[in-house]
Design a protein around this ligand. Structure first.
Ligand SMILES: [Zn+2]
Length: 101
């Protein structure tokens, strides 16, 4: 009756038989961390911020394909000097907080 031979899950996630965790699923499953200063979602590192940025951009493109203009316009990520986390921003120019990409 052993129909699937999934390897041992690294952290024993329930309902996930895949050995590798999908990055988006990982983001969706995370509890949002909110910056107390900006009120924005706080990402732990550059990689997570970029993943979130891509999700936001995809959502915007999808909305546009349905004829809806999304108000989301995030296009950059930056390190927040207040919480030391990463945030998304719609700023087009690198000014202010020492932006990095
Ligand atoms: Zn912050």
């Amino acid at each position: 009756m052993n129909t699937h031979s999934a390897g041992r899950a690294p952290r024993g996630r329930k309902g996930n038989n895949r050995p590798q965790v999908n990055r988006r699923a990982r983001l969706r499953g995370r509890r949002a961390d909110i910056c107390p200063v900006t009120g924005k979602v706080r990402w732990r590192d550059h990689e997570e911020a970029i993943q979130a940025l891509h999700v936001a951009m995809n959502a915007k493109a999808t909305a546009r394909s349905y004829g809806v203009e999304s108000r989301r316009n995030e296009c950059r990520v930056y390190v927040c000097p207040a919480c030391r986390g990463w945030h998304l921003t719609s700023w087009m120019t690198a000014s202010g907080f020492g932006l990095t990409t």
